[in-house]
Design a binder for this molecule. Structure first.
Ligand code: HEM
Length: 569
């Protein structure tokens, strides 16, 4: 029977938890191993009590003289947990999200950055808890971990009221300053009020048209009736060209040009910058001055991109004055829309530096994530021919001829979109999303018991997207590829992979329109088959592919997986 009550627990007090845990472990070891550890423990105890450093007899003392200290600590520990409250969780040595925690791969003693993915099927005590804690014993931040759709919704849904803050140690502020993805409070609202309406229907129609054009160019690099081994790279190029065209309004071509005009220089610099954000975030400034060719190249690319965006913004401002005479509907790229908000007469104004920050955020939030989801979708459809056939038939039904692919009939491709959501659920593009709590909030857990937990001001909460997306209470049979679950009339959950609430993905419609249009063209032309190794079944091939899933730049995904494509009649 579910029990409901109020629990108070504050991770600021976690030091107490850690110290007690260490003492209890030590005391337990001493009691178990009297001959070897008792003298060591006695010496440890004496050093801490005999401040004058008097010589200490290291003969093992009788056991009964040693028990009081561990017993006292143990009693204190359990009394603390009983009266103060306690949220079950993990006690790793290092914070898996810290720099050393990231660098050490996940193993039996270390959770590691990839822990949420590796443990996705059994995390949070076999999904029996929807809120747990991570309290590192040696170093790092303690945090609450939300592991169910309901818990994630409570955190995201109330962000407007609870004023949760995106932690600065997880953001790119040092690289390109303030932007929609990093700002908090009133500043964030101002950014959002400019960026959200910029992704208008006019803009999405442009996304549909440009997708068709870029896809046609990409086809020239595909080997008909052969195995494509670089599909992920091609998809990355596709999404980058799309952001350049629809985001920046620059007619970047499919093949990177060697010319010296502004567009080609921007394209080349952006291609390097778009894959090196992690380097830019991790390395200190002096690293970029080292005489290493590749480091210089990365540094120059970043400088070029940031200066070019600033100078392009000035040019667009002039262009905008002309466009205004023609009407707002003439502006179909994000950049010009954002530049127009630097006008003093605009309702919500951005500074030119903020426009640069927002454009960089849109680029990084939307490029690798979308290509990663496209790749997973094609791999899953390549392993599930029946679902691929259903999607193909829907494409033929909704879009009888290629020329008729418009924003309106792309939104009719419901099953295709469901396939994308399902592949995205199984391999989410983001691993976890953190927030800091500036004032006390209450979260209601449902598992293992219904309970209100007060999260104290100063705590950190992290949404474990991998656990949420693989939670069997939210997604029955979570490991199976079942696109139909997204079409069920009983479906209560919206697509959680794009976040939820006021800070959910502002580019979701952009990403969905771009990806579904691409898939409609691709699946219309090609039958996709994920290549199996000799002797593999679909399930073993899938296990192999998923075990190779990792971070590729800023997005999580399956990476390069060979697929066979056969031209349809
Ligand atoms: C499949 C592709 C995408 C995925 C999986 C994705 C996922 C997400 C998620 C989970 C968030 C919420 C982050 C948080 O709560 O901390 C987010 C926010 C955001 N996304 Fe996306 N995104 C995608 C595509 C895009 C695209 C194409 C754009 C731009 C055109 C974009 C721009 C943004 C921005 C600017 C934010 C920050 C919004 C805010 O803080 O108000 N995303 N995205």
């Amino acid at each position: 029977m579910a029990r409901r009550g109020i629990r108070r627990y504050c991770l600021n007090d976690s030091e107490f938890d850690e110290v007690c845990t260490m003492h209890c472990v030590f005391a337990f070891l001493v009691i178990c191993d009297q001959n070897n550890l008792r003298p060591a423990y006695h010496r440890f105890h004496s050093i801490h009590t005999n401040k004058r450093g008097t010589a200490v007899n290291i003969e093992p003392p009788p056991l009964h003289t040693m028990l009081p200290l561990p017993l006292c600590i143990g009693t204190l520990f359990f009394a603390y947990r009983l009266f103060h409250g306690y949220v079950k969780g993990y006690r790793p040595l290092l914070d898996p999200h810290s720099l050393p925690g990231n660098a050490i791969p996940a193993n039996w003693w270390h959770m590691g950055f990839m822990w949420p993915w590796i443990q996705r099927k059994h995390a949070h005590f076999n999904h029996t808890y929807d809120l747990t804690t991570i309290i590192p014993i040696l170093a790092g931040n303690s945090m609450y971990i939300a592991a169910s759709v309901g818990m994630a919704r409570q955190i995201w849904g109330n962000e407007g009221k609870t004023h949760l803050v995106k932690p600065s140690d997880f953001t790119t502020e040092a690289v390109w300053g303030s932007s929609i993805a990093l700002a908090n409070g009133e500043d964030w609202k101002r950014h959002r009020r400019v960026v959200a309406p910029a992704i208008s229907s006019n803009m999405l129609s442009r996304v549909v048209d440009e997708s068709a054009l870029v896809y046609q160019k990409m086809c020239k690099d595909l080997t008909p009736n052969g195995v494509v081994t670089d599909l992920h790279s091609l998809l990355l190029r596709f999404t980058l060209v799309m952001i350049c065209r629809c985001g920046f309004g620059m007619s970047v071509d499919w093949k990177p040009s060697t010319a010296n005009d502004e567009v080609a220089i921007f394209d080349r610099a952006l291609s390097i910058a778009s894959t090196t954000l992690i380097h830019r975030l991790i390395f200190p400034n002096w690293v970029w001055r080292l005489p290493v060719q590749r480091l210089r190249e990365i540094d120059e690319s970043w400088t070029t991109v940031l200066t070019l965006i600033a100078s392009l913004a000035a040019g667009r401002q002039v262009q905008y004055s002309t466009l205004k005479e023609l009407g707002d509907s003439e502006i179909t790229d994000l950049f010009t829309k954002l530049v127009s908000s630097t006008e003093e007469a605009s309702r919500y104004t951005l500074t030119p530096a903020e426009v640069t920050g927002d454009m960089m955020s849109l680029l990084f939030a939307g490029n690798e994530t979308t290509s990663s989801v496209l790749m997973s979708t094609l791999v899953f459809l390549g392993l599930h021919p029946d679902q691929q056939q259903t999607a193909y038939e829907e494409i033929l039904r909704e879009v009888p001829s290629r020329e008729e692919i418009t924003l309106r009939n792309v939104s009719g491709l419901k099953y295709l979109l469901a396939c994308m959501h399902e592949a995205h659920r199984l391999v989410p593009a983001t691993i976890n999303l953190p927030r800091d709590v500036p004032e006390d909030i209450v979260l209601r857990t449902m598992l293992p018991t219904e309970q209100d937990i007060i999260i104290r001001k100063g705590s950190r909460v992290m949404i474990d997207i991998m656990a949420v997306c693989h939670n069997p209470h939210d997604f029955p049979a979570p490991e199976s590829f079942n696109p139909a679950r997204w079409l069920s009339p009983d479906l209560k959950e919206d697509v959680i992979m794009f976040g939820a609430g006021p800070r959910s993905c502002v580019g979701r419609r952009f990403a969905q329109t771009e990806a579904v249009t691409f898939l409609a063209h691709f699946l219309r032309d090609w039958q996709v088959e994920t290549v199996l190794h000799a002797g593999e079944t679909q399930q073993t091939a899938l296990d192999r592919i998923l075990s190779g899933a990792s971070m590729f730049g800023t997005a999580f995904g399956v990476g390069e997986v060979p697929v066979k494509i056969t031209k349809r009649d």
